[in-house]
Write a protein that binds this ligand. Structure first.
Ligand code: ADE
Length: 354
């Protein structure tokens, strides 16, 4: 095992001069640290900032999060993706209200036991909010340490993460645990960057870095390539009646569970098939227009989308609710229904045209 004691002082000194000013750093209350770390798991800092501010304003306490209606919660998350993250946060918030008076407990194992909180997030909350000596090893830190030690171990393996967590635990300074963890994360985010050339000239650890000494920074870290994504063809419908478009609530399980979507069919369909489908829903099409294809990439699936806009007659009885769909106005869509960004190409068409 490596002795990392030498990195502590230069890292903290660098952090004091270079850390970005971020809203959750200025006021590192446990709830704020938690929300920010969950948002930052799949999203860049710059993109997270406005979401963070809006979320905290709408739901200022753990109790508010526990009690928020699901649609409101999903709306606040719209655009961040991986919606199970916020669903798990709400589950955890309910537990915190029931068991801990709505506060985050000052105990690492209790934090780690909460839904959606793994060793990284538990370590971040424990160290940044409570000053506890716990490691917070995320992808940034794994990259920094792999390069520093010139380790070719696969950073996607649990055993490799555990090994690095152990090394870090040995050296976390008692008086600045949170800053030390954040200095490693920050170094990975802005100096020892993941894409493109790392800025070794600016790195406080350059002299200690084994990968830099041998000029192999760009070979590291090692990751097993992810499994190939599954390709799915679908046909998305912008079904419009009286300036409203049809929405459908997805099933409560699986991809984008429980979110709202534009009606869609498996496979790429032609005009006739689409019109048949629309009529089967009890609607009367007036005209159909083909829209440009679009693509959306999820972590394990790729959607290749064909699209049609179909104008339908307003149903006789004014009932804009078929078995499958209901029609909503633009304004309602903005305010109430969380529509995943996978549909944004076709939602943009609806917004601009109607
Ligand atoms: N990425 C993940 N956690 C972070 C943090 N606390 N600060 C900056 N970037 C991060």
């Amino acid at each position: 095992m490596k002795d990392l004691h030498k990195i502590v002082a230069p890292l903290l000194e660098w952090y004091d001069g270079h850390a970005r000013i971020l809203p959750w750093r200025e006021m590192p209350a446990p709830y704020r640290v938690w929300v920010s770390e969950i948002m930052l798991q799949q999203t860049r800092v710059e993109a997270v900032k406005p979401y963070f501010e809006r979320f905290i304003q709408a739901l200022p306490t753990i109790q508010d999060l526990a009690e928020a209606p699901e649609d409101k919660l999903l709306k606040l998350w719209e655009g961040l993706g991986y919606y199970n993250r916020v669903r798990n946060m709400q589950k955890a918030a309910k537990i915190l209200v029931e068991k801990y008076q709505g506060e985050m407990p000052q105990d690492y194992d209790s934090i780690l036991a909460l839904p959606g909180i793994g060793s990284y997030t538990a370590g971040a909350i424990a160290s940044i909010a409570f000053g506890m000596r716990r490691p917070a090893v995320d992808g940034n830190v794994l990259r920094v340490l792999s390069r520093l030690e010139k380790s070719y171990d696969d950073i996607l393996k649990q055993s490799v993460r555990k090994h690095f967590e152990k090394e870090i635990l040995e050296v976390i300074p008692g008086e600045r645990a949170g800053d030390f963890n954040q200095s490693l994360i920050e170094l990975g985010a802005i100096v020892c960057v993941p894409n493109g050339t790392p800025k070794c000239m600016e790195c406080p650890l350059a002299k200690l870095c084994a990968a830099h000494a041998d000029g192999v920074e760009l070979e590291l870290p090692k990751k097993t390539p992810p499994a190939r994504r599954k390709m799915e063809d679908i046909t998305v419908l912008v079904l419009v009646s009286d300036n409203k478009a049809a929405l459908h609530k997805r099933e409560e399980k699986g991809l984008l569970a429980g979110l709202y979507e534009l009606p869609n069919l498996k496979g790429h369909r032609n005009r006739e098939e689409v019109l048949t489908f629309v009529k089967e829903q009890g609607l009367s099409p007036i005209r159909i227009q083909e829209l440009p294809p679009a693509k959306h990439i999820f972590s394990h699936i790729e959607w290749h989308m064909a699209g049609y806009a179909v104008k339908v007659e307003e149903p006789q009885n004014g009932n804009l609710r078929t078995k499958e769909f209901f029609f909503a106005e633009k304004e309602e869509m903005e305010r109430k229904y969380s529509i995943p960004s996978a549909f944004s190409a076709y939602m943009r068409y609806f917004r601009e045209k109607y």
